[in-house]
Write a protein that binds this ligand. Sequence first.
Ligand code: FE2
Ligand code: FE2
Length: 169
Amino acid sequence: MIKRHKSLYPLSHHHHHALVRALEIRRAAEQPEPERTAALHRAGRALVEFWKHNGSVHFREEEEVLLPACARHVNIAEEPAFVRMLAEHAAIRAGLQDLEQALADHQPAQELIIELGRMLHDHVRLEEEQVFPRAEALLGEAGLQAIAPRLTQLHPKACEANPAEHREN
Ligand SMILES: [Fe+2]
Ligand SMILES: [Fe+2]
């Protein structure tokens, strides 16, 4: 368990739920057919729901709250972890848009779902191992406390892919 400043707990909490989704996809992919197809489809739908109600908000918190705070201390373009984080946000957004479309069109999406699970897993690792430690070092205690009120707590039921009203607090 990585030691984390308490101001970033909400973001790390979201990461935990993203990892649950990624694990669910990996397990679905390991099942034999015909269960595999149905399990991946379910996991894909759950991922889209998670994205719509939690993941997309989380990305914006990182881009609109965390990164601008860091940009007061460094040039983001010169920070490899931050640059990679933004590139992965774009790629994950693209994948999620494609997945939503594929599900709406009843097109097969197994490979895309598996790939998105992998991307999500690797993205969380990047942020927990590199982005957040760097942000903590840059912002310091006062800077971290200053951004805390702008980071969303997840609704406790968010991990059940039942996203209703997670932003109420
Ligand atoms: Fe992110
Ligand atoms: Fe994140």
